[in-house]
Ligand binder design. Structure first.
Ligand SMILES: [Zn+2]
Ligand SMILES: [Zn+2]
Length: 192
């Protein structure tokens, strides 16, 4: 249901909707972490969903915000556990949401998979979209693409969708920060 479709046309690791969903899951998980709570209120959730180009029903209320926040630790576990446990979590999410995969086309997008109706609660749709994307990760034997940011002071999750499996840092600027710190350390060392 995210509409991050700009990547189409490039040879991709997964189907376009799976990649968009995985990027969305990582972004959601990373709304809590090193920099504190990034979904402090309903307005912040709205901004996040707009940035992720989420479609479908939204309540814009506290209950919805709470449900989305409560989903994050469950989704973060997908990065932390072994394959069998991951499968249990994914199957559980699909079962409890009565997921029913359907190919749909809406707005300007090509056919992609939805497994919940557009009027299902937001957190349910987010959970199912995540679960469906992880189905592809497991089926593709691509669990190695689930990583954590390599910056020593950051534990954000990373989904590596690069062809050569080279993504090491999260999208919050850690790659630049680590490079700048290394540069400064080298300069300081040559001064001594
Ligand atoms: Zn959609
Ligand atoms: Zn990071």
């Amino acid at each position: 249901m995210t509409l991050v479709g700009a990547l189409t046309g490039v040879k991709m690791v997964f189907a376009h909707d799976t990649e968009a969903a995985l990027i969305g899951v990582a972004a959601l998980v990373n709304t809590t972490g090193r920099d504190g709570e990034k979904l402090p209120d309903v307005a912040a959730l709205d901004a996040f969903l707009d940035a992720q180009r989420w479609t479908g029903r939204r309540e814009h209320d506290l209950a919805e915000l709470e449900a989305v926040r409560a989903l994050r630790p469950r989704l973060r576990r997908l990065w932390e556990v072994d394959e069998d446990t991951l499968v249990e979590i994914v199957n559980g999410l699909l079962r409890e949401s009565d997921a029913l995969p359907q190919l749909v086309r809406h707005d300007v997008r090509s056919y992609h998979l939805h497994a919940t109706p557009a009027d299902a609660p937001l957190a349910t749709r987010m959970a199912v979209e995540a679960a469906m994307a992880f189905v592809d990760v497991v089926r593709g034997g691509e669990l190695g693409r689930l990583r954590f940011c390599e910056a020593s002071d950051c534990d954000d999750v990373v989904i590596d969708l690069t062809k050569n499996r080279s993504k090491r840092f999260c999208d919050a600027g850690c790659g630049n920060r680590v490079a700048v710190n290394a540069y400064r350390a080298r300069k300081a060392a040559t001064r001594r």
